[in-house]
Design a protein around this ligand. Structure first.
Ligand code: DAH
Length: 366
C-alpha cells in the first residue's frame, strides 16, 4: 500500500514535468502540435496502457481496507491529469490563434515605406529657372497657342513670301487650315506671341514667352520635330541696343555663373534689325577652349557657345503689332530651352528629354 502511494506521487511528479515541457512548447514560436497533446492523453489516460489505468489495475493486489485510500489517491491523480491536459489543449489552441494574429498584425515600430515622389521634368526646371531670372529683371510670362496662323507665325514677323521656313518641307501645315491669312500651321517658333502681345497690350512691354514649337526635322541627338523655346520682348520709349546687351548679359550671369560673358555676332532674322547671334563664354571650359588638356568639345575650342538669336524689333513688326515705331522701339530674343538644358546639365542627347525614361527623369535637377 505504501509502495503504491509512493508510486502515485512519483507518477504525479513525472506528469508535472512532462506538462511543464509541453506548456513551454505551446507558448514557443513553433507551438505544440495537437498530436502531441493527444499523445500525452494516450500515455497517461489511455484505456490500454495508460499510466493511470495501470495504477488502477494495481489496486487489485491490495487488501480491502487499503483499496479505498489508494483508489482515492489514484483518482485524484486521474482528475488532475484530465484537468491539466484539457487546459493544455485550450492553451495550445489559444497560442496558435495568437501566433496567426501576430503574423497578420501591423508592426507599428517599422519605419514607413518612403512614398514615391514625383519630380519636375528637367525641361520644366530649366524653363522655370529662365523665367525667374527674367522675373527678377522685371519681366512677365506670356503664352500663345501652338496651332498658329500663317500670318502671325510668318507674315506679321516680316518673313518674305519666299522665305525657306515657309516651305512645306520645313513646317507642319494643318490640313484644312484655310487659304492665305486663314492658313494654319504648328508654330515654328514662339515669336508669333510677340505680335499677339503687342496687339493685346500697350507699351511698356516686358515679357518672356515659353512654349513648344514644331519643325519638320528628323530625330537625331540634336534635332527633334518638337522642341521648346523661350522668347523675350521689350517695347518701350527709348529702348536701345545697349539695353538689349545689358539685359542679356545680366540674364546670362543669373542663369549660369556671375563670371559668364556674352558675345554678339551679326546675323539676319527678318523680324529684327540689326539681328545678332548671342554666345556665352563656354560653361564647360570657362571660356578657355580647353578641358582636361584637350580641346573643349561643346565649344570646339572656341570658348564660346551660341545660345540665342536676338535683335532690335523691326519697325514693320512693331507696326503689325499696332505700335508706332516713331514713338517706340524694342528688342527681342529667342532661345532653345532644350539647348540651355544641355548647357546646364551636360545632357548630350536631346532625345533623352522626350523619351521619358524614369532612370533619366528620376535624377534631381535643380
Ligand atoms: N525665332 C527665332 C528662331 O526660332 C529665334 C529668334 C531670333 C527670336 C531672334 C527672336 C529674335 O525674338 O529676335 O530661330
Amino acid at each position: 500500500m505504501a509502495d503504491l502511494l509512493a508510486s502515485v506521487e512519483e507518477k504525479r511528479r513525472v506528469f508535472l514535468e512532462e506538462l511543464k515541457t509541453a506548456e513551454e512548447k505551446a507558448s514557443s514560436p513553433t507551438g505544440l502540435p495537437p498530436v502531441d497533446v493527444r499523445a500525452l492523453h494516450v500515455r497517461w489516460l489511455g484505456q490500454k496502457q495508460g499510466v493511470v489505468t495501470e495504477l488502477l489495475a494495481g489496486l487489485r493486489t491490495l487488501s480491502k481496507e487499503d483499496k479505498a485510500p489508494a483508489g482515492a489517491a489514484i483518482n485524484r491523480l486521474k482528475n488532475d491529469v484530465e484537468a491539466a491536459l484539457s487546459s493544455l489543449e485550450e492553451k495550445s489552441l489559444l497560442f496558435e490563434r495568437l501566433r496567426k494574429q501576430q503574423a497578420l498584425a501591423v508592426d507599428v515600430t517599422l519605419p514607413p515605406r518612403a512614398p514615391r515622389v514625383g519630380r519636375l521634368h528637367p525641361l520644366t526646371v530649366v524653363r522655370r529657372r529662365i523665367e525667374s531670372a527674367f522675373a527678377s529683371l522685371g519681366y512677365e510670362v506670356a503664352e500663345g497657342p501652338e496651332v498658329e496662323s500663317d500670318w502671325l507665325n510668318f507674315e506679321a514677323l516680316n518673313f518674305p513670301p519666299d522665305h525657306p521656313a515657309r516651305d512645306a518641307v520645313d513646317t507642319f501645315f494643318v490640313k484644312g487650315g484655310g487659304e492665305g491669312k486663314d492658313r494654319l500651321l504648328l508654330r515654328t517658333h514662339t515669336s508669333p506671341v510677340q505680335i499677339r502681345t503687342m496687339l493685346a497690350q500697350k507699351p511698356p512691354i516686358r515679357i518672356v514667352i515659353p512654349g513648344r514649337v514644331y519643325r519638320k526635322d528628323d530625330i537625331d541627338p540634336r534635332h527633334s520635330p518638337v522642341f521648346h523655346q523661350m522668347e523675350g520682348l521689350t517695347v518701350d520709349e527709348g529702348v536701345t541696343f545697349a539695353n538689349l546687351k545689358g539685359t542679356l548679359a545680366a540674364f546670362s550671369r543669373l542663369l549660369f555663373t556671375p563670371e559668364t560673358k556674352i558675345r554678339f555676332g551679326p546675323t539676319f532674322f527678318p523680324f529684327v534689325e540689326p539681328g545678332v547671334d548671342v554666345a556665352v563664354s563656354c560653361v564647360f571650359c570657362s571660356g578657355t577652349g580647353a578641358a582636361d588638356g584637350a580641346t573643349c568639345r561643346p565649344c570646339s575650342g572656341s570658348g564660346w557657345i551660341e545660345i540665342m538669336g536676338a535683335g532690335m524689333v523691326h519697325p514693320n513688326v512693331l507696326r503689325n503689332g499696332g505700335i508706332d515705331p516713331e514713338k517706340y522701339s524694342g528688342f527681342a530674343f529667342g532661345m532653345g530651352i532644350d539647348r540651355i538644358a544641355f548647357l546646364l546639365y551636360g545632357v548630350p542627347d536631346l532625345r533623352l528629354f522626350f523619351e521619358n525614361d524614369v532612370r533619366f527623369l528620376d535624377r534631381v535637377w535643380s
